[in-house]
Ligand binder design. Structure first.
Ligand SMILES: Nc1ncnc2c1ncn2[C@@H]1O[C@H](COP(=O)(O)OP(=O)(O)OP(=O)(O)O)[C@@H](O)[C@H]1O
Ligand SMILES: [Mg+2]
Length: 456
């Protein structure tokens, strides 16, 4: 990783000399001719240290120091001055300067000072990163205070310690993998591996050998025996992501493995006993897949011992501010920026947008905004266009009360009907003919209902 230093001095010759010196020490160097330009530069680009003159014609070093630290308090700033004024030095250190050097510079002292400054700033970034990893090792934190998320946490706490197979349902980006990890980390198997297989990522034959392993020579290219993911997960948890994409023939083999607790490497007839807990996830509605003969019913029942539904973000907009603030903190830190938060307009737009890509889309939008942001708050300008367009949309209508247990009892029939229509349209990617077919009504009836519920 390159180390980048910003040199601030209004004396061109002195600045040029410092640039050459620092480059010869292996640093990348940017320059600014006054304090204003220095603050601008720090907002636009991440630095490992700033070296600034104190006496400058426009905005002096002390003001620049304040501006820089207001923006990024962790950035080490080293001041240089020709006048050894104790008061200025004390003032600078009190304001948070890293150190204070007297001109003419002692280059060896400068070299050491820069080195120390950079080490220290790296350490503090690394420490925070380590601390984050440690807390994640205790199980990922599932953020949110909406009733839906509170309930999600409660189900995880109840189900995790059991050996039950779990099927996690939810749209893409809602946090299915996060839930799977939380289940594993809160289980007795936490000290054993959590192995993930994405069933959509591989062709059928490769997926089979990925899951069950293969013998040497089992097929062209199998030049070594290979253990499958089942065996790697022995004693732990196997997370089968996107299970809805698994080819039918393989579903049969998976079912056998689950029922018998045994797997066979491709090209072998010797079964291996494995002790694996399976968690599966999908963004498809497996009941529909079963009805349409794309998913084995027996496997569906075997997997769906416990069902966990991860709700889409638009059903719990109250979680948006908390999640956004969490991601902003992460990405501001990674990009070494000190951004205080979101402008009210930006937050308002984020609340209006419906986030079809759910939490992942929100995370990506915030990361992008953190990188683009040059001020101390995220404004609508830094939000992706699709999100910003939500500025014109009305605030989301109050959602019908949702029963915690997924039961429909007590809901208004109109609400049930509306939800069935909305959800089916989403699942069919807004294909009205297909949605009407699945709902068991004609297209004309669907249109009438769309009009009735204002869903057109
Ligand atoms: N409640 C939450 N609190 C904190 N982070 C979350 C939450 N939900 C999701 N995330 C984060 O959002 C991102 C997407 O989550 P995840 O990968 O688990 O979604 P997914 O449902 O598996 O998506 P896909 O269907 O696309 O695979 C991850 O970075 C995850 O850490
Ligand atoms: Mg996933």
């Amino acid at each position: 990783m390159n180390t980048r230093v910003l040199v601030v001095d209004d004396d061109d010759a002195h600045r040029g000399m410092l640039r050459m010196m620092l480059r010869s020490w292996g640093y990348e160097v940017d320059e600014a001719g006054d304090g204003d330009a220095a603050v601008e530069a720090v907002r636009a680009q991440s630095y490992d240290a700033v070296l600034t003159d104190v006496r400058m014609a426009r905005m002096d070093g002390i003001h620049a120091l304040k501006g820089i630290l207001a923006y990024n308090p962790a950035l080490p700033v080293i001041l240089m001055t020709a006048y050894s004024s104790v008061e200025t030095a004390v003032e600078a250190l009190r304001l948070g300067a890293f150190d204070y050097l007297i001109k003419p510079l002692d280059f060896e002292a400068l070299r050491q000072c820069l080195q120390k400054a950079i080490e220290q700033s790296r350490c503090s970034v690394e420490n925070r990163e380590l601390r984050r990893q440690l807390t994640e090792a205790a199980g990922p934190e599932i953020l949110g205070h909406s009733p839906a998320v509170e309930e999600l946490r409660a189900i995880i706490a109840t189900v995790a310690p059991t050996e039950a197979t779990v099927l996690i349902n939810g749209e893409s980006g809602t946090g299915k993998e996060l839930v799977a990890r939380a289940l594993h980390m809160a289980s007795e198997r936490a000290s054993r591996p959590l192995v993930t297989v994405n069933c959509a990522a591989l062709a059928e034959n490769l997926l089979e050998s990925e899951l069950f392993g293969h013998e040497r020579g089992a097929f062209t290219g199998a030049d070594k025996r290979r253990e499958g993911r089942f065996v790697q997960a022995d004693g732990g948890t196997l997370f089968l992501d996107e299970i809805g994409e698994m080819p039918l023939a393989l579903q049969a083999k998976l079912l056998r493995a689950l029922q018998q607790g045994e797997v066979q490497r491709v090209g072998s007839d010797k079964p291996l006993t494995v002790d694996v807990r399976v968690i599966a996830a999908t963004n498809r509605n497996l009941q529909i897949e079963v009805a349409e003969k794309r998913f084995r019913e027996d496997l569906y029942f075997r997997l769906n011992v416990i069902n966990i539904e991860v709700p889409p973000l638009r059903r719990r907009p109250e979680d948006i501010p908390l999640l956004a603030a969490h991601f902003l903190q992460r990405y501001a830190e990674r990009n070494r920026k000190s951004i205080k938060g979101f402008s009210p307009q930006a937050l308002d737009i984020m609340l209006r947008y419906d986030w079809p890509g759910n939490v992942r889309e929100l995370e990506n939008a915030v990361e992008r905004a953190a990188i683009l942001c040059t001020g101390d708050r995220i404004t609508p300008r830094e939000l992706p266009q699709a999100v910003a367009r939500a500025a014109d949309a009305p605030l989301p209508a109050e959602q019908p009360a949702e029963q915690g247990d997924g039961s429909l009892a007590g809901l208004k029939l109109d609400d049930v009907e509306r939800r069935a229509i909305e959800e089916t349209l989403r699942q069919t990617g807004d294909n009205k003919s297909e949605a009407a077919r699945r709902l068991g009504i004609t297209r004309a009836t669907l249109h009438n209902k769309l009009r009735k519920y204002g869903l057109e």
